[in-house]
Design a protein around this ligand. Structure first.
Ligand code: ADP
Length: 479
């Protein structure tokens, strides 16, 4: 049994902005089921949603600040969560990283430096928690300083750093390095410096004993100039310690057989009932109730990464086709305005909900026929996995985890019952519209469509398989 300190800046259902939260809320549970001793460490934000009791554990002194450590349970699990309570930094409402104008919070370097220092104190068993991990598993830039600081400690635990999205790196002006009083020996081009800036993520990429990312294809992509943001050389240099493990999904939360958010539960044997969720969704979103018109859905942060502009460029042409289009998301102002305008102009065809709404997200997965993910890059992606589980056919661009989890519908994959979606390669509206047309043609062949739905619903995306791969990495590091 390994003792693992799992450090993340968000974890579902406590606080979530994206896929990182889904992983931090599920992987620890799966590791406990494999018999491991795991503690999850997150900041104690004001908007944290918990139904569980919160208990004070101890106070530690860091950089002349008194920081409290609180303990709770991850809801519906036996995962112990430790929370870093420092109100000046974390008792804020809204997005954990950015303000109401979408700008990074001015003190992010100080906030996540403190968070990392607390993790190091726990890792070195210098708190009253009296628990020393074998492994510290860090996630994304907010935790990047932990592997770096740990290398300065004798008898330290091993570290793993997981890249959920290399586009977010925690870059700060050099002056922050001095403000934070970071050790001089870590400031160099092969350390935390990145073109005269302080790079939090380099702390993980340079110093972690093992690096993982969330799909095998993304592990290769980030070693290229197209996806590496200037870090491709470093990642290539570390390729012997770099691997890709596809994310699992929480199969209890995302289960059409028992999902409490949807109108009608259904499964592979009762797939005919899925249509009732389509009707309910059309009613909820004031779209005409039409069974035979395919509905395309998207649930996403509205950012360039996700190919929202490609979709916007296709919508004109899509409006001439017999389809409906449903979008849930928020983000970039220009995308929001353009989408809202189209929804006002074509209320019979387009529904746009600019919000973060988990219940509606489940209803869309159950109610639409086709799910669009034309991402420019996608480290893993979760919605194509949820879609498959709900018998909703994903249309994806072949990048990162999308390439690893979808089998394109071709004569061979139809014949051997492996087809699970529609894939296209080029990042362009032209390629996307061709894929959309293919989806419409297939939708109008009910027998083939049903077979693809069943292929999707049979796939196992539970965490167990992925958790076992993480466990192998932990075991190899600490035999
Ligand atoms: P990323 O982490 O890049 O945003 P992922 O596909 O890995 O993308 O994870 C996104 C997660 O956030 C999914 O669980 C998705 O359903 C959810 N999500 C994104 N936007 C919304 C929204 N507006 N409302 C509800 N859930 C959302």
């Amino acid at each position: 049994m390994k003792k693992i300190l799992f450090v993340s800046s968000e974890a579902h259902p406590l606080i979530k902005t994206g896929g990182l939260a889904d992983v931090a809320g599920s992987l620890p549970k799966a590791l406990i089921e494999l018999g491991q001793d795991i503690r999850l460490l997150i900041p104690y934000y004001q908007d944290l949603k918990t139904t569980e009791h919160i208990q004070y554990r101890c106070t530690i002194r860091i950089n002349n600040c008194d920081v409290s450590l609180l303990e709770t349970q991850l809801p519906n699990s036996n995962v112990t969560v430790w929370m870093v309570d420092y109100p000046l930094f974390f008792a804020i409402s809204g997005n954990p990283y950015s303000d109401e104008y979408g700008q990074s919070r001015h003190n992010n370097a100080a906030r996540f430096h403190l968070f990392c220092k607390v993790a190091v104190e726990i890792a070195m068993n210098r708190t009253y928690l009296d628990w020393k991990p074998d492994i510290v598993h860090c996630n994304d830039w907010q935790t990047g300083l932990i592997p770096a600081l740990l290398t300065l400690e004798p008898h330290r635990p091993k570290s793993v750093f997981t890249i959920h999205n290399l586009a977010y790196q925690g870059l700060f002006p050099q002056a922050e390095y001095h403000n934070l009083n970071l050790p001089k020996q870590l400031w160099h081009a092969d350390g935390l410096e990145f073109f005269d800036m302080l790079s939090f993520i380099k702390g993980g990429l340079v110093y972690a004993d093992q690096i993982t990312t969330v799909s095998p294809t993304y592990a290769l992509e980030i070693q290229t100039t197209q996806f590496g943001y200037g870090l491709e050389g470093l990642l290539h240099h570390r390729q012997a310690s770099l691997s890709g493990i596809i994310n699992g999904i929480d199969t209890h939360v995302w289960n059409p057989n028992h999902d409490p958010c949807i109108t009608q539960n259904y499964g592979i044997e009762t797939l005919d009932k899925k249509i009732l969720n389509k009707t309910a969704l059309q009613q909820r979103l004031s779209l005409p109730v039409e069974a035979n018109i395919p509905i395309f859905g998207i649930i996403s942060r509205l950012v360039e990464q996700k190919g929202i502009d490609l979709i916007l460029n296709c919508l004109d042409e899509m409006l001439n086709m017999p389809i409906q289009f449903v979008l849930l998301g928020s983000g970039n102002n220009e995308f929001e305005h353009r989408l809202q305008n189209l929804a006002h102009l074509y209320p019979q065809k387009i529904s746009v909900t600019l919000a973060y709404d988990e219940t509606l997200a489940h209803q869309i997965e159950a109610g639409v026929d086709i799910f669009l993910m034309p991402s420019r890059f996608e480290p893993c992606g979760l919605n194509q996995l949820y879609s498959q589980r709900y018998g909703t056919i994903p249309v994806v661009r072949t990048t990162g985890g999308l390439a690893d989890t979808i089998v394109d519908t071709l004569p061979k994959s139809i014949a051997d019952n492996t087809a699970t979606g529609i894939a296209f390669h080029e990042s362009s509206s032209g390629a996307l519209i061709e894929a959309i047309k293919r989806a419409i043609v297939l939708f109008n062949h009910p027998t083939t469509w049903r077979n693809i739905q069943q292929n999707c619903m049979q796939k196992d995306f539970s965490w167990r398989n992925s958790a076992e791969q993480y466990l192998n990495i932990y075991n190899d590091m600490t035999y």
